[in-house]
Design a protein around this ligand. Structure first.
Ligand SMILES: NC(=O)c1ccc[n+]([C@@H]2O[C@H](COP(=O)([O-])OP(=O)(O)OC[C@H]3O[C@@H](n4cnc5c(N)ncnc54)[C@H](OP(=O)(O)O)[C@@H]3O)[C@@H](O)[C@H]2O)c1
Length: 240
């Protein structure tokens, strides 16, 4: 697969990242025991966003540690999708560079839509064997690390994905931010403090080393519901 860095002039899906975080910026507790802490409004918001996306993506740890299916939710949301011209069920993508994802994870028990595993080219054969019959496709993209830009172009071209919703975790988000691929960030700020220096945040991984290099966003909207804040940031135009 072509691994050229993208130019932002077409050929890519619009990428949204949606995360709930504690007031101190964590997306789970340090021991990973708590990662679902948003209100019903937050959950509704997640399903509404999924209902705008052709595909939903997450990292291997997020799929392993949570009983999630990455699907559209109930019939109400399925109808909404169809009304908007989307498929009734969204495509699902799980990122797993080393193929460490547990084949018994909940997400594999739901076969309403294809699951694509994204890994590197050298790992694709091995990952494919371990997940045989559980996934539709294993895509290897990039040699030493995953080339997300090339993958997104492939998704757009081959699977007609115009909007991709990424639901974390922190390691995956960081790679997308560093590659300059995130167009919109949806954050629910929840009224808890988790603390813990090893608790995951919305962007972990290797991060940016300089302020000048940091991913830049501007606030598009803010909405308070109960004790939570729903924030939407858009990528600064001059970054494109
Ligand atoms: N509050 C929220 O909204 C929210 C949302 C999502 C997740 N969470 C929580 O966040 C935690 C998981 O976050 P996390 O950062 O630890 O894990 P993650 O990003 O979900 O998954 C990490 C794994 O995904 C693969 N991966 C991710 N980025 C990669 C890259 N650039 N290249 C290659 N492989 C990549 C790797 O799999 P391999 O090991 O196979 O290489 C890596 O070990 C969990 O506790 C989860 O419940 C919270």
């Amino acid at each position: 697969m072509n691994s050229k860095r993208r130019t932002r002039n077409g050929g890519f899906p619009f990428v949204l990242v949606n995360m709930a975080m504690s007031a101190d910026g964590k997306i789970a507790t340090a021991n990973r025991a708590v990662s679902s802490f948003g209100s019903t409004s937050d959950h509704e918001n997640l399903l509404k966003l999924r209902a705008t996306a052709d595909a939903v993506m997450c990292g291997a740890r997020t799929a392993d540690l949570n009983d999630i299916n990455l699907g559209p939710g109930g019939k109400r949301f399925q109808r909404l999708r169809v009304k908007r011209g989307l498929a009734k069920y969204n495509l699902r993508v799980i990122v797993s560079g080393r193929g460490s994802i547990n084949p018994a994870a909940e997400v594999f028990k739901h076969d309403f839509s294809p699951i694509i595993i994204l890994t590197t080219t050298p790992a694709a054969g091995r990952v494919g064997k371990s997940l045989l019959h559980r996934v539709s496709e294993v895509i290897g993209c990039g040699r030493s690390e995953i080339d997300f830009a090339a993958f997104l172009q492939w998704l757009r071209r081959e699977r007609k994905v115009k909007r991709l919703l990424c639901e974390g975790g922190g390691e995956l988000n960081d790679a997308l931010f560093r590659a300059g691929l995130v167009d919109e960030l949806h954050l629910t700020v929840c009224p808890e403090i988790f603390g813990g220096r090893t608790a995951p945040t919305i962007a972990d991984g290797s991060g940016f080393a300089r302020l000048a290099a940091a991913a830049q966003f501007e606030l598009k909207s803010s909405r308070r519901v109960g004790d939570e804040m729903f924030l939407v940031f858009v990528r600064r135009r001059n970054e494109r």
